[in-house]
Design a protein around this ligand. Sequence first.
Ligand code: ATP
Ligand code: MG
Length: 318
Amino acid sequence: MSRLDRNFGPGRGERRPDYDRRMSAGDLGIPPAPPIEGAEHLHSGKVRDLYRLPGGDLLMVASDRISAYDFVLDTTIPDKGAVLTQMSLWWFERLADLVPNHVLSVDVPAAVKGRAVVCESLAMFPVECVARGYLTGSGLREYADTGAVCGIALPDGLVDGSRLESPLFTPATKAELGDHDENVSYDVVAGQVGEQTAGRLRDLTLAVYGRAEEVARERGIILADTKLEFGARPDGTIVLADEVLTPDSSRFWPAEEWSPGRAQPSFDKDVVRGWLTSPESGWDRTSGEAPPRLPDEVVERTRSRYIEAYERLTGRTF
Ligand code: ATP
Ligand code: MG
């Protein structure tokens, strides 16, 4: 799939994405998108199905699929798509004074009510805009190897879960379906999208992180890091797109359990990852084989975790 195929924006996305050159959506375990009357299916990612509506706007549907270790699992998590969609909408509202967002309406076909939005069709920037306030995951691995993250040198002695002195913009290339994203330096992004746009993406990413970190902290949740995606309108306006500040795109840690020097408990796929890598699952991560189905109990605990994150953040009942 070429970079352009990722863009569904005006003048760019008339072709269907071409999965053939790499792994196909099917190889990744992504089931065919359900037909929606009056909407044309454009693309299925690991979690979301994208459709074009008559008139050109997009319908972005969050499924209940869950991915782990770069596989889309056979097992779905009931209500996950709705939780993620509602959480994104809640955050978009709280960020609206910082950056425009792609949401046009929540008036969607009945079949996808609550887990879909109508959004502007943007020309997406091929950059995962990541902000990190704490060191973990790929950032920690890079730091352990090089003492830096995305070319930003960090002080000695940091450990898993350490709070960074100030939040960092640590972009990653948006990988092709089935590939890993790769951390890159700011200069690589500037080379890709131009200096001015790169600067805007960085400033917006850090502004969103700053706001969200504060909101989450008031609710006893640490926002360790988050991944944002931006796109451009035909007039060049940069718009916040995709999902925002969900457990799929961010690391949320219960603040009361934060303890640097170990992996932190989190409001996301911890339960799934823990089970998959336990002897109980019988799965060998290095085998290249698809993971087994999740037991009901793991599904239920994962579902509760997502709902708990939503309720704790928003103060609403799901
Ligand atoms: P990939 O993004 O690699 O296809 P993914 O698993 O991240 O895999 P999803 O998040 O499930 O994919 O799918 C959402 C897709 O929709 C992403 O490719 C994202 O860049 C794109 N997207 C989100 N918002 C918009 C928008 N407003 N206009 C155009 N494309 C968008
Ligand atoms: Mg995505």
